[in-house]
Design a protein around this ligand. Structure first.
Ligand code: NAD
Ligand code: IPM
Ligand code: MN
Length: 358
C-alpha cells in the first residue's frame, strides 16, 4: 500500500521550499520505486486567510490520516497582531500536540564543503555531527496557567508555566538514550536545575533512566553554559536532550555552526514512527517570494522522512548524497555563498538535487 504524505506548505518561503521537496519526492517515486500518495492542506496564515483558523478541522483530519507530514513554515507580520489562538504559530503547536509529536530530532551536521561558511573557525566545526533531541509537546509552551490579565494593582501582567510530569520526561529521555546508543554513546542533558524545580525533576528522571542504559554516558549541563559551549567547542557534544524552550533556542544556535539555518532539517516523531518533517527555520518573510531561500533544510527533512517513517534508508542516503554532490559542484543559495561560487536560486538548487537523483 502506498504511504500517504500530507504536504502543508504554510506561509512565506514555505510554499517555495515545499515545491522543491515535492519534486524530490516525485523523482524518487518515478525513478526509484518510492510508493507514495501526496495530498496537500492549508495551515498557518494561509489557513487563517482562507478559513479563519490556523489549523482547520479538515487539515487536522488529513494530518491524522497521513503516514507522514511534510511541513514548510508558518507565520509572518500580517498575522502578528491577531489574538494568540488565531496566530499561525498556534496552528503548528496544536498540530504537534494533537498528533502527539513529543520527540523533535534536530541534527546539526556540517557539510565539509561549507566549513568556511560557518560563523565559526574551520577547525572548531570540521566534522561536526550533533543531534539535539528537543521535547516538543510540553514544558513552558503548553503549561497552564498561562495568559495575560490586569492584576490587583491595576497593571497588566502575563504568565506562563514551565511544567513537566515525570512520564513526559521519561518518554523523551528514553527516546534520547536510544538515539545516543545508536550514535556516539554520549548523552548530554541540558537543564537549569540550579534554579528551576522543573529542571531538578528533569535531571532526577534522566539520572534514574541511566541505569537502563549503562552503555550510554550521561552528563548534565546548565543551559546557559550549553549555549556557550555550543559556540566554544561544539564537537564535545554527541546527543543533547532538553526541554521545549531550551531546545528551540539551542537548535537555532547550532544551525549557525553548519553555515546557515537554511541547512537544518528536523523530524517530530510520535510514539509509533509517524512523523512531521520540517526545516528548523521559519517562514523568512524578509526573503519570501524572491526564489532565493535555501531549500536544502526541507530536502534534508525529506531524507529524515525516508529514514524514520518510510523505512527507505537507501533513498535517504541518496538524497543526502545528492545534496553533497550539489555542494561539490559549487551550487550555493545566497545564505551559503562564498567568493568562488555562483548564486543559485531556490528552484535551481532543487532542480540540481532532482537531476542528481535521476
Ligand atoms: P526565520 O527562521 O524565518 O528567519 C530568520 C533569518 O534566517 C531570516 O533572515 C531569514 O531570511 C533567514 N532564513 C530562514 N530560512 C532560510 C532559508 N531557507 N534560506 C535562507 N535564509 C533563511 O525566523 P524569524 O524571522 O524569527 O521568524 C519569521 C516567522 O517565522 C515568524 O512568524 C515566526 O514565528 C515563524 N517561524 C516559524 C517556524 C516554523 O514554521 N516551524 C519556525 C521559526 C519561526
Ligand atoms: C520552531 C519554531 C516554533 C517553535 C514556533 C514557530 C511555534 O520556532 O519550530 O522552532 O517555537 O517551536
Ligand atoms: Mn524555533
Amino acid at each position: 500500500m502506498s504511504a500517504k504524505i500530507l504536504v502543508m506548505p504554510g506561509d512565506g518561503v514555505g510554499p517555495e521550499i515545499c515545491r522543491e521537496a515535492v519534486r524530490v519526492l516525485e523523482a524518487l517515486a518515478s525513478d526509484h520505486g518510492l510508493d507514495i500518495e501526496l495530498d496537500e492542506a492549508l495551515v498557518g496564515g494561509a489557513a487563517i486567510d482562507a478559513e479563519g483558523d490556523p489549523l482547520p478541522e479538515s487539515s487536522l483530519a488529513a494530518a491524522r490520516a497521513a503516514d507522514a507530514v511534510l511541513f514548510g513554515a508558518i507565520g509572518g507580520p500580517a498575522w502578528d497582531s491577531q489574538p494568540r489562538d488565531k496566530r499561525p504559530e498556534s496552528g503548528l503547536l496544536r498540530l504537534r500536540a494533537e498528533l502527539g509529536l513529543f520527540a523533535n530530532l534536530r541534527p546539526a551536521i556540517l557539510y565539509p564543503q561549507l566549513a568556511h561558511v560557518s560563523a565559526l573557525k574551520r577547525d572548531i566545526v570540521a566534522g561536526l555531527d550533533i543531534m539535539i533531541v528537543r521535547e516538543l509537546t510540553g514544558g513552558i509552551y503548553f503549561g497552564k496557567p498561562s495568559g495575560m490579565h490586569t492584576n490587583a494593582n491595576g497593571r497588566r501582567e502575563a504568565f506562563n508555566t514551565m511544567r513537566y510530569d515525570e512520564a513526559e520526561i521519561e518518554r523523551i529521555g528514553r527516546a534520547a538514550f536510544d538515539i545516543a546508543r545508536a550514535r556516539g554513546g554520549r548523552l548530554c542533558s541540558v537543564d537549569k536545575a540550579n534554579v528551576l524545580d522543573v529542571s531538578q525533576l528533569w535531571r532526577d528522571v534522566m539520572n534514574e533512566l541511566s541505569s537502563d542504559y549503562t552503555d550510554v554516558e550521561l552528563t548534565h549541563m546548565y543551559v546557559d553554559n550549553a549555549a556557550m559551549q555550543l559556540v566554544r567547542a561544539p564537537k564535545q557534544f554527541d546527543t543533547v536532550v532538553t526541554g521545549n524552550l531550551f531546545g528551540d533556542i539551542l537548535s537555532d544556535a547550532a544551525a549557525m555552526l553548519t553555515g546557515s539555518i537554511g541547512m537544518l532539517p528536523s523530524a517530530s516523531m510520535d510514539a509509533n514512527g509517524k512523523g512531521l518533517y520540517e526545516p528548523v527555520h521559519g517562514s523568512a518573510p524578509d526573503i519570501a517570494g524572491q526564489d532565493v531561500a535555501n531549500p536544502l533544510a526541507i530536502i534534508l527533512s525529506v531524507a529524515m522522512m525516508l529514514r524514520y517513517t518510510l523505512d527507505r534508508a537507501d533513498l535517504a542516503d541518496k538524497v543526502e548524497n545528492a545534496v553533497g554532490y550539489a555542494l561539490d559542484r559549487g551550487l550555493r543559495t545566497r545564505d551559503i555563498v562564498d567568493d568562488e561560487t555562483q548564486i543559485a536560486s531556490t528552484q535551481e538548487m532543487g532542480g540540481a538535487i532532482v537531476d542528481m537523483l535521476r
